[in-house]
Design a protein around this ligand. Structure first.
Ligand code: CUA
Length: 167
């Protein structure tokens, strides 16, 4: 079969870019640990409190085993509800020791929000009717800002929190 020179160039370019993108996806997934928050769990966005993890008293950080934590969060415009502290004030900062395994579970009551812990591999889309879940190991110490990275309305920029990983 005879292939025209330009056709060969074009085929090489097409196959080359396919291979390149597969390598990039493989690098992100297996090396950087970036995964979609895959699960098939649905929830009634009008009644998130009916779900055990999202009852007001179960929100926030919880140590479930030695070095293992769960963080339950309800997002809404324009706030992350991470529970309240001993004084009844809303929690805005989560503190975990370095090297701990943290499972983030988050849902939204209204519109689509984002949940990105900048500087880590935690980056989830939070859709009404779904529970977004991602487990990660906090390898590096420091303060990480949690941002909403899906435009959700006029107060979008006010949606933030902090994760502190201490030594
Ligand atoms: Cu919530 Cu942007």
């Amino acid at each position: 079969m005879h292939l025209h020179k330009y056709e060969k160039i074009w085929l090489t370019f097409g196959l080359g870019s396919l291979a390149l993108f597969l390598v990039i996806i493989g690098f992100a997934a297996f090396w950087k640990g970036t995964h979609p928050m895959s699960h098939i769990e649905t929830i009634d966005p009008q009644n998130v409190e009916a779900h055990e993890s999202f009852k007001p008293e179960n929100l926030g950080l919880r140590e479930v085993a030695e070095g293992k934590y769960t963080v339950n969060i309800v997002a809404s415009a324009f706030n992350y509800d991470i529970g309240t502290d001993a004084d009844g004030k809303p929690v805005k900062k989560i503190r975990v020791p370095k090297g701990s395994t943290v499972l983030f579970q988050i849902t939204t009551k209204d519109v689509v929000h984002g949940f990105q812990v900048a500087g880590t591999n935690v980056n989830m889309m939070v859709e009404p009717g779904h529970v977004s879940r991602l487990e990660t190991v906090m390898k590096n110490a420091g303060e990480f800002t949690v941002v909403c990275n899906e435009y959700c309305g006029i107060g979008h920029h006010q949606m933030f929190a902090t994760v502190e990983v201490y030594e």
